[in-house]
Design a protein around this ligand. Structure first.
Ligand code: FAD
Length: 463
């Protein structure tokens, strides 16, 4: 085992590159495990990459590849989220999922899907007859052939969770540096000196959590063993009235490449149709295109005909950090004092806590024992979801600024303060839901901008 470098005030035990949901969960885990950790993010705010735009499903792993690291981390992540979400004030909307067979071929695949789920340890998965599916989901098109019930699949708030992980890390002594791109690094006796435009960062171990830039960051330590192939997913968000037409998450029978187009409630009371799966070279920008969105809407309406009359609230797209491999690319390089966490393509929101736990095991195997904090602080997140009380419902509440999403002035003010204030407008939206409703900010932008005046390019270093 390589000895841990001595502590001093300017040296971190660990530097994590990238504050997507993976970096945020890893940051939390290692701070709670007793290390002095810095989380370094290029963008002005956290979760501004792949993690800002996903389906927000907490997966069970029922359909993950048997024996994969992904299966292990998704199952651990699912269990850990259940264990900690209430303490952090995070949502969990236990809708369950129904995988629906629309063709004879789909129907023939169902027993295999149930068998794989059981082999994966998700033993409450069971096949449903067409009548059972219709009884649970009366708005599905009548020509369905049958289905599979996956009780443990759930919906969460995809933004409050990673924010809570970071805030818990900071509350327990971790440091976050935003607006700080790691541009290179040199390994030395004590670990690494990373180069950034804001000066060097010294750390005993570096963790690469750079998402769609994972192979480029990996090249700091070694020729990357994987190549990032960003895979775009476009979505349509339907108005809140559409949620009346789906109880569970409606899944298709998956194919080799993708889990397919899903219909799911959001934690914020809308109904989501998507995503697509489109490979592209561009790593940062995910555009939405009308033909793809029309095709999604057509698929959604084919499955639930009543959606024909439901208006669209908005559309968005995200980029999965896919590679040439199906499984996660996670490795600890003891001699390089480097941990790689790459290719977390389509299950990272769920897998993040499990990956973080797994990395702690790797760290102890390859670097040094960990000494968890005896009594960590547990911050609580404000609720943004529809299922629990929100500030606008409280007696004596202050002015409502965003009338579509019912966001109060106090919520916006709070998001601009605290240990990790919103670093950009996207960060403010993800902390409050302001400007994200039916009018997409048409009515509230001016008031929001007044409240934000001079306060949005957030602080560079906190903690
Ligand atoms: C369409 C779609 C649907 C999905 N649905 C689900 C779902 O329902 N459930 C689920 O569990 N998962 C889902 N996922 C997967 C999940 O969103 C991803 O696995 C996860 O967001 C990957 O997170 P990450 O932290 O690896 O990457 P990112 O979120 O991209 O974070 C990487 C960070 O690294 C930063 N960075 C890069 N280079 C540098 C550098 N040199 N210096 C400093 N910082 C740097 C970037 O700015 C970025 O913030 C979905 C993904 C997509 C796109």
């Amino acid at each position: 085992m390589t000895p841990t470098p001595p502590r001093d005030d300017t040296v971190f035990d660990m530097a994590i590159i990238g504050a997507g949901v993976i970096g945020c969960a890893v940051f939390r885990a290692f701070v709670l495990a007793g290390l002095k950790v810095v989380l370094v993010e290029r963008d002005a705010d956290i979760i501004n990459g792949a993690s800002k735009a996903n389906s927000a499903l907490l997966h069970t792993g029922f359909d993950a590849g048997p024996g994969t690291l992904e299966l292990d981390c998704v199952k651990r992540g699912h269990a850990l989220y259940h264990r900690i979400h209430q303490r952090l004030g995070l949502s969990l909307i236990e809708t369950g999922a129904i995988l629906v067979a629309w063709t004879e071929a789909d129907l023939a695949a169902l027993p295999g899907i149930v068998a794989q789920a059981h082999a994966n340890g998700v033993t409450d998965v069971r096949q449903l007859t067409a009548e059972e599916v219709r009884a649970r989901e009366p708005h599905l098109a009548p020509d369905l052939r049958g289905g599979v019930l996956v009780p443990g699949e759930a919906v969460i708030d995809p933004w409050s969770a990673p924010l809570a992980y970071v805030l818990q890390g900071m509350a327990n002594g971790g440091t976050v540096m935003r607006g700080t791109e790691v541009t290179g690094g040199v390994q030395n006796a004590g670990g690494w000196t990373l180069s950034t435009p804001r000066g060097p960062i010294r750390a005993g171990v570096v963790v690469n959590c750079a998402g769609n830039f994972g192979d480029l960051v990996e090249a700091i330590a070694r020729p990357s063993p994987f190549e990032i192939r960003p895979r775009k997913g476009q979505f349509v968000v339907l108005d809140k009235t559409a949620t009346a037409f789906a109880n569970a998450i409606i899944l298709p029978v998956p194919n080799e490449r993708t889990k397919g187009v899903v219909i799911a409630r959001t934690a914020f009371g809308n109904l989501l149709v998507g995503p697509t799966a489109e490979e592209q070279a561009e790593r940062r920008i995910a555009t939405v295109e009308e033909p793809a969105l029309e095709a999604l809407l057509a698929q959604g309406r084919r499955m639930i005909p009543a959606l024909e009359h439901e208006p669209v609230t908005t559309t968005y797209a995200g980029l999965r950090p896919a590679t040439q491999f199906k499984d996660y690319q996670i490795e600890a390089l003891a001699d390089r004092r480097w941990i790689t966490v790459g290719g977390i393509r389509s299950t990272g929101l769920t897998g993040s806590l499990g990956i973080a736990e797994y990395l702690c095991t790797l760290y102890e195997q390859h670097f040094a024992p960990l000494h968890p904090l005896p009594e960590p602080i547990w911050p609580r997140m404000p609720n943004l979801t529809e299922g629990l009380p929100r500030p606008w419902q409280q007696p004596g509440r202050d002015e409502i600024i965003c009338h579509c999403e019912l966001v109060t002035r106090g919520e916006i003010a709070a998001a601009l303060e605290g240990p990790l204030p919103a670093g950009n407008l996207g960060g403010l939206k993800r902390r409050t839901r302001c400007m994200m409703g039916r009018c997409q900010g048409f009515y509230c932008t001016r008031r929001v901008m007044e409240l934000c005046a001079g306060r949005l390019p957030g602080l560079v270093e906190q903690g």
